[in-house]
Design a protein around this ligand. Structure first.
Ligand code: PLP
Length: 394
């Protein structure tokens, strides 16, 4: 079998998995290049090599601070969205536990990067974990949050946009409820970041995380906004990097690339959003001709433009995704396990879909470089492949 690739080594398939990761933006790559070999100093070293790296780090921090309407001292770099989420949840929960607050109220459809720290805190550290239910559109139940938030609550966590259904969450309202109870509010904005400007002050977020590889930056760079004065403990102990909150020599090249990519994503946001929405519309129009397909969650202003969760009645996603891959159409379902197996989406189950429905559902996520032609071709191919599978099983 010949594997075709573009000149930069990419597969020549149709990539519809931008919520998993995005390709690195060419300008971001160029911004990073000097920091791989030429400017190689450790940003903490007290000499000219170090100072040059530190200056690049300062500029990157300033870019995120400006974008978030925050102060430089409120921006912390980590090695992933997962690490930022872990730092927010473990760090804030442990600091608040010392103040006698030991309850975490977490949205049931969060990413595992938030759910797993919550589970571990409940299992090992005597924290009470309470999970906010979601409706079928993937939206968090704020009435539940209102009933649960009290003077024992340490932290409320509600993501800005969901990674599997694309649902934009009522984060400002949730933050208000959290603060009225004296709790901290954390929002995982990893999936929202490419599609909406993020203003933690306006949201009322004490903590907010993003991850560079979701907005055409490099993999391995996370950012955590921490409002000044927020009680938080470090998770990675070591040197005094990141003002003592996160030990470890910083990834200067990656952080420079992340800042360049984020600046560009913000600048082009309207244009990109319109392009992604148009591609999704083209797909939806075509797939509407296929009676077995239906959209989970929904579409429109309450959803980020990239994500589309699709169910094909009577067809399990495992076989369909494999066939799509053979036809060079890349999409995914649920969270990919290390073995490449796919577990049923906890997001769909949390949103009230049955196991059968979850087994028949998968996620497409469009990107700014997809074309309407690709979307139409993908919809036709998916419909033809799914029809074949449906006929086989009946
Ligand atoms: N949070 C959300 C909502 C995500 O979608 C992801 C990644 O898919 C993460 C956190 C984890 O980010 P990272 O891949 O940078 O660890």
């Amino acid at each position: 079998m010949t594997i075709e690739r573009t000149p930069n080594g990419a597969h020549t398939g149709i990539y519809l998995d931008h919520a998993a990761t995005t390709p690195l933006d060419e300008d971001a790559l160029q911004a990073m290049m000097p920091y791989f070999s030429g400017v190689y100093g450790n940003a903490d070293s007290p000499h000219r090599f170090g100072r040059e790296a530190a200056a690049a780090l300062d500029r990157a921090r300033e870019i995120f601070a400006t974008a978030f309407h925050a102060r430089d001292g409120e921006i912390f770099f980590t090695a992933s969205g997962t690490e930022s989420d872990n730092l927010a949840v473990f760090g804030a929960a442990r600091a608040m536990a010392k103040k006698g607050r030991k309850k975490l109220i977490v949205f049931s459809a969060e990413h595992y990067a938030v759910l797993e720290p919550t589970r571990l805190l409940a299992k090992n550290e005597g924290v009470e974990a309470v999970y906010i239910p979601a409706d079928k559109r993937g939206r968090a139940d704020l009435e539940f949050l209102k009933r649960e938030a009290d003077c024992t609550t340490a932290l409320v966590a509600l993501m800005t946009a969901n990674n599997e259904l694309g649902t934009i969450q009522p984060v400002a309202k949730a933050a208000k409820i959290a603060h009225e109870a004296g709790a901290l509010f954390f929002t995982d904005a990893v999936q929202a970041a490419p599609y909406m400007p993020l203003n933690p002050q306006e949201i009322g977020a004490d903590l907010l995380s993003v991850s560079a590889h979701k907005f055409y930056g490099p993999k391995g760079v996370g950012v955590l906004y921490v409002k000044s004065g927020t009680p938080i403990e470090r998770v990675i102990a070591g040197g005094e990097q990141e003002r003592g909150l996160r030990g470890g020599t910083v990834n200067v090249a990656g952080i420079v690339g992340a800042a360049a990519a984020y600046e560009k994503a913000l600048r082009d946001m309207q244009k990109n959003n319109a392009a992604v929405a148009a591609v999704k519309e083209a797909f939806l129009k075509e797939i509407a001709l296929f009676p077995l397909a239906e959209v989970n969650g929904g579409n429109g202003a309450e959803f980020i433009p990239s994500v589309l969760n699709l169910r094909v009645k009577g067809v399990e996603h495992g076989g369909l995704l494999r066939l799509m891959d053979l036809h060079a159409i890349a999409a995914s379902a649920g969270a990919a396990c290390s073995g490449g197996d796919v577990r049923l989406s906890h997001v769909l189950l949390a949103a009230g879909y049955t196991e059968e429905e979850a087994r028949e559902s998968f996620r497409l996520s469009f990107g700014k470089d997809n074309t309407a032609e690709e979307a139409i071709f993908a919809a036709r191919t998916i419909a033809a492949l799914a029809k074949g599978l449906a006929e086989k099983t009946t």
